[in-house]
Design a protein around this ligand. Structure first.
Ligand code: N01
Length: 481
């Protein structure tokens, strides 16, 4: 049996690929009551994908009905549900069932996975599709945070019962989530204080609505949609050249971003505050047409003095000023570079994955870890992209994992375990490449890096390179039993 953990894009997509390969004996564990992963959990106002939906969707399931170029959260969630239904994946899912522990039995070559419902599943193959990188919210370590008596919420855990109308609201953080939240709530609240530590690079977002005629054309001529997808794909790969080859495209992008900001913001002091002080691309480049106009509104203030503490009714900045607020929204991101397994995963010789990762998460091709046979990660370490759709990476991994499962079956093996020297060599080369990338050299701190400065999240290349490397399962890199 194959056991998949998680029913977001990764788990549903993997299930579809297994079914299409004729493998029907699989179960998907889902801790919640419905599918969707990050697109189910994150429901903050203004939430949309920041990659165009024609690309941010499965290659085998184009959707001609996207209402606009960058679809909102509810459409993406509906798309995942549609995929689960169309391909008959729902019947394989055990809802409200979280994995709580997994132990490999070397003798039988079987993983025993315990769940929150008290069951134990036995599986030859375990696939972690639980989006370990961006599913656990981070709250900043600000003194007095717990003393706040107003409403606090994280962008990833929005409280829809709290009415923002007429309130004075603080948003802490100016990353991908914040720049979507701020414009969505600026006109609703009485006053909005946006606490910025580092200014983001923001580019215009060409986000047209698709007309009924365009949608009909996509339906009638699927090749047209494929053409649109390919155009977006190559445009974005061009951007990757800036990240990994330090190509001049980022200089061009920086000029564009500056013009974009200056067109919306007239106040020179505010412009100064909004000007990033690091190389574009070092942090995720954000697309938005409405963030700068929102920041320039009368009822919105950009606070850049740095937060020193939080009082029961206020956020206090380093200049000693108390900013009284009714609510604090933490748009402060997720554990990514420092992500640890959500539950104990015990491989060969009783070794825990948390222990194997104590000096930072790492894997071979972001998918397998030496000592943890027949255990696969989707969007594991160093699979993240700064420029394109994560679904491209997932689909590459689906093929690679399927190749491994087919090898197990064809060769009648108990298990495959990536050779430790292969994994080490892969990571040495990866880190050497990353050392030259804009994430490591661009003069910023970001969630791509651990506190010690190691890049454990980003893929240092083009997505087609990763596709080529994962196209065939390289059984020779694995110990076979
Ligand atoms: O989190 P972030 P996010 N005081 O880590 C700030 C994905 N995503 O939730 O830059 C003040 O990017 C921090 O400041 P600094 C996407 O991959 C995708 O926005 O560290 N500020 C930063 O501004 C994205 O990259 C979509 O100085 C503090 C912010 O909090 C990832 O999720 C949409 C602070 C955190 O930004 C995470 O995005 C949304 C403090 N003490 C998100 N501590 C798509 O559309 C932290 N900050 C696909």
């Amino acid at each position: 049996m194959v056991l998949i953990i998680g029913s977001g894009f990764a788990g549903i997509g993997m299930g579809i690929r297994l079914k299409r390969a004729g493998i029907k004996n699989f179960v998907i564990l889902e801790r919640a009551a419905s599918v969707g992963g990050t697109w189910r959990e994150n429901t903050y106002p203004g939430m949309a994908c920041d990659v165009e939906s024609h690309l941010y969707s499965f290659s085998f399931e184009p959707n001609p009905n996207w209402t606009r170029a960058f679809a909102p959260q509810r459409e993406i969630l509906a798309y995942i549900n549609h995929c689960a239904d169309k391909y008959g994946i729902r019947a394989h899912i055990r809802f409200n069932t979280a994995a709580t522990g997994a132990t490999f039995d070397e003798k039988s070559g079987v993983w025993r996975v315990q769940t929150s419902t008290g069951e134990t599943f036995e599986a030859q193959v375990v696939i972690s599709a639980s989006g370990h990188a961006l599913s656990r919210p981070i709250y900043p370590d600000i003194p007095g945070r717990d003393s706040f008596t107003g409403q606090s919420m994280h962008s990833g855990k929005w409280n829809h019962d709290y009415a923002l109308e007429g309130k004075t609201v603080a948003v802490i953080g100016t990353g991908a989530s914040s720049i979507q939240i701020v414009p969505a709530i600026a006109s609703k609240v009485d006053r909005l204080l946006v606490f910025q530590r580092t200014a983001p690079w923001i580019l215009p977002k060409p986000d047209p609505k698709f007309t009924p005629r365009q949608k009909a054309a996509f339906r009638r001529f699927p090749r047209l949609q494929l053409l649109a997808r390919n155009f977006i794909y190559w445009k974005r790969e061009l951007l990757a050249s800036g990240f990994v080859l330090n190509a001049s495209i980022l200089k061009l992008g920086s000029k564009m971003a500056m013009r974009h900001m200056q067109a919306a913001v007239r106040d020179p002091v505010l412009r100064e505050k909004l000007t990033p002080n690091y190389t574009m691309g070092c942090k995720r480049i954000l697309p938005s047409n409405d963030y700068y106009p929102a920041i320039a509104r009368e009822n919105v203030r950009l606070v850049t003095n740095g937060i020193s503490e939080i009082h029961p009714h206020a956020v206090v900045t380093r200049d000693g000023k108390e900013h009284r607020v009714d609510a604090i929204i933490y748009a402060t991101g997720f554990e990514a570079a420092e992500a640890k397994p959500a539950f104990p995963i015990v491989g060969r010789n009783g070794r825990d994955l948390a222990d194997a990762w104590k000096n930072g998460i790492k894997a071979y091709k972001g998918t397998t870890v030496s000592g943890f046979p027949n255990f696969f990660l989707i969007i594991g370490p160093n699979c993240g992209l700064g420029h394109s759709s994560m679904i491209l990476m997932m689909e590459s991994q689906f093929s690679y994992i399927l190749g491994a499962i087919k090898t197990l079956r064809r060769r009648k093996l108990k298990y495959l375990d990536v050779r430790s020297e292969v994994e080490a060599h892969y990571n040495d080369r990866l880190q050497a490449r990353l050392a030259k990338s804009v994430w490591n050299t661009g003069g910023c701190n970001s969630w791509y890096l651990t506190r010690g400065g190691k890049n454990t999240t980003a893929w240092p290349g083009f997505t087609f390179e990763y596709r080529l490397r994962t196209r065939h399962f390289d059984a020779g890199s694995y110990e076979q039993f």
